[in-house]
Ligand binder design. Structure first.
Ligand code: NAD
Ligand code: IPM
Ligand code: MN
Length: 364
């Protein structure tokens, strides 16, 4: 990572609504850089479907290495474009960072900012405050497998579910460490060990070993199907959830529904150092939502997930009070309906984000 005092941030807007919501987050970071004098250097990268369709570039090795060497963080919009049905570029870029930088912890807060946004009967914002630790480098996502006799009546398609001792242990430990550091008293591990015997047994055994080292924290094991039921019945019973890559992906879209939709859900992709000798890794921040092709170019996409994601990045870079400030003004925007239609407002993407930035900038 760069040894200058500056924190360099690579910006990848990506596809669909990605560039427009990311641009709003970049404008927020520019305010922090120019007005609050935070030592931020922004580096915009031309990567995504347009670039891929133009010259075949997905995620060049030199860029991947330069980001790791020079940047403290990456801010990503979203990837996925109907013009690239195979999503080659999206996988190369997204997994090139998650796997390439070994960002094993996908940290996704499921936090509702306003009672109005919680769609569950008799539930309020205070009932929705969960942090999901999604394993981010293994599972069904590794791309191992293949196809056989493709296009024939006998065809076979296999995706292997890879679970390593190291991978399972470090994400479970990360969840418990987070709980301990943030005063959370309960960690729930969700798997499907009743059906997926081998991987499930590893997760269960490692969970048992790790939880014994955190006796002050209540630990709970649930099958992921039951967890979904219980989340909807009463999300307030969960504080920290740790699970594998695929289940974490699904649970956090479900969780986003409790937050007011995907336009409100932020995330971080982190590598917690195993020891002081571990190479520091660049961290990657992205809203939970995708490129939402039908919303593209209409100035309707909710920019708040992107703003909250930029806030998470500021917290990670050493400015937790600024993360709180971003969240405070997004919350106020929701309360005053200075927001997009998906969360009950009438503003467009640009106006909603500008409202938050203006209020926030006035305090800096
Ligand atoms: P999506 O998240 O793009 O959209 C799901 C639903 O949420 C849609 O109804 C959409 O309109 C709504 N939505 C999403 N973001 C919103 C926002 N900011 N404001 C208001 N509404 C919003 O998921 P999808 O439709 O399943 O996927 C579209 C593409 O995005 C696919 O190519 C998919 O692979 C990709 N994707 C990428 C990422 C990523 O890059 N991290 C994440 C998820 C999906
Ligand atoms: C997410 C997305 C990605 C995932 C897709 C685009 C591969 O859904 O970040 O939640 O499944 O991880
Ligand atoms: Mn997802």
């Amino acid at each position: 990572m760069a040894s200058t005092g500056k924190k360099k941030i690579a910006i990848i807007g990506g596809d669909g609504i990605g560039p427009s919501v990311t641009q709003e987050a970049v404008r927020l970071l520019e305010i922090y850089r120019d007005r609050a004098r935070l030592p931020l250097e922004l580096w915009e990268l031309d990567l995504g479907a347009d670039r891929f369709l133009r010259d075949g570039t997905t995620f060049p090795n030199q860029i991947q290495i330069a980001i790791q060497r020079e940047c403290a963080a990456v801010l990503l919009g979203a990837l996925g474009d109907p013009r690239v049905p195979g999503l080659e570029h999206a996988r190369d870029i997204l997994f090139g960072m998650r796997f390439g930088y070994d960002l094993y912890a996908n940290v996704r807060p499921v936090k509702a900012l306003s009672d109005r946004l919680v769609p569950l009967k008799d539930r309020r914002a205070k009932d929705v405050d969960i942090v999901v630790f999604r394993e981010n480098t293994e599972g069904l996502y590794v791309g191992m497998g293949g196809q056989f006799k493709r296009g024939t009546p006998d065809e076979v398609a296999i995706n292997e579910d890879v679970n390593t001792r190291k991978g399972v242990e470090r994400i479970i430990r990360a969840a418990f460490e987070y709980a301990r550091a943030h005063g959370r008293t309960k960690v729930t591990m969700a798997d499907k060990s009743n059906a997926l015997r081998y991987a499930g047994e590893l997760w269960l055994r490692v969970f048992g070993e790790v939880k014994a080292q955190y006796p002050e924290i209540i630990s709970q094991h649930l099958y992921v199907d039951a967890l979904c039921l219980l989340m909807i019945q009463d999300p307030s019973q969960f504080q920290v959830i740790v699970t594998n890559n695929l289940f974490g992906d699904i649970i956090t879209d479900l969780g986003a529904a409790f937050q007011g939709g995907l336009g409100m859900a932020a995330s971080a992709n982190l590598h917690y150092p195993a020891s002081p000798a571990d190479t520091p890794r660049v961290a990657m921040f992205e809203p939970v939502h995708g490129s939402a092709p039908p919303l593209t170019g209409k100035d309707v996409a909710n920019p708040f997930a992107a703003l909250l994601t930029a806030g998470m990045m500021l917290g990670h870079l050493g400015w937790p009070e600024e993360e709180a400030r971003v969240e405070k003004w997004v919350t106020t925007a929701i309360d005053e309906r200075m927001c997009t239609v998906d969360v009950g407002g009438t503003l467009g993407t640009r106006a909603a984000a500008a409202w938050v930035r203006e209020k926030l900038a006035a305090e800096l």
